[in-house]
Ligand binder design. Sequence first.
Ligand code: COA
Length: 259
Amino acid sequence: MENHLIIEKKGPIGIIAIDRPSKLNALNKDVIDQLSTAFQDHFRDQNIRVIILTGAGEKAFVAGADIAEFSHFSPAQGAALAAEGQDKLFNLIEQGPKPVIAAINGYALGGGLELAMACHIRIASANAKMGLPEVSLGLIPGYGGTQRLPQLIGKGRANELIFTAQMIAAEKALDYGLVNQLVPLDQLMETAETLAAKIAQQSPTAINAAIAAINAGLDPAQNGYETEIEHFGACFGTPDFKEGTTAFLEKRKAQFKGA
Ligand code: COA
C-alpha cells in the first residue's frame, strides 16, 4: 500500500500531514485507514499531548472524499462508506483523548471540511477555501457534515452552505466561527505549533475530561451537565490535580505527567 502520510513528532506535538498532492489530498480508503492507524498510535503514545493535522503542499488540506473511488457505489456501499469512515476516523478524532488542531492550508471541501470539523480547533491560512459541495454531486455530506456544520456555524448558515454547494473564503469562515484563527500561509504551522505548545503545558487528564464533557453536551444520548459533574469529580483523584493545586500553592509552574 502506498504511504500517504508524513508524520513528525516534535516533543509533545504530533504532526500528521496528508500527502496525496496529485489528487489534492482526497480521502480514499487507504488514506482513511492510514489516518485511523496514525491517530490511534498518537493517542497511545504517552509523549504526545496534542496533534496537528494538515495537508501536504500549498494547495489543499483535503479536497474531499475520493470521487473516483465511490462513483460506482450502490446505496448499501454508500451507507457502508459513511458508517465506516465516521467510526474509523471522524468520530475517533472528535472523541479521542487528545486535542487535535486542523491546520487548513488550502481547499477543505466535502470530506476535507468534515475532517477539519471533526478536529477540536481549526486554524486556516488566508488562501483556504471551505465548503460542503456534495449536493452538486447528487449526494449529501456523509462524514458528519450535516451535524457538525450546524453545530459550529448555526443551522441557517449551514443550510445555505450545504444547499448551494458554495465555497467560502477563509475570511468568511472566520466571521462564521468555522475557524478559530486566520493567518498567512507561511505562518500557519508556526501558529498551530504555538497553540499546541500552550495546550501541551496544561493537564492532559483534565483536557481529556473536558473533551468528554463538551462532546456529551452535543450528544442527545447523554446529559452534558451530568457528564461534567462526573468528570469534575474524577479530576480530584488524579495526580494532575495534586500537581496543579500544589504548584499553585507553592508559586511554581505545574509539571503535569498525565494519567
Ligand atoms: N476526489 C478525487 N479526485 C480529486 C478530488 C476529489 N474530491 N479533488 C480533486 N481531485 C483530483 C482531480 O481529479 C485532479 O486529478 P487529475 O489531475 O488526475 O485529473 C487533481 O485532483 C487536481 O484537481 P483539479 O480539479 O485539476 O484542480 P483545480 O485546481 O482545477 O480545482 C478543485 C480544484 C478543488 C476546485 C477541484 O479539484 C474540485 O472541485 N474537486 C472536487 C471537490 C468536491 O466536490 N469535493 C467533495 C467530494 S465529496
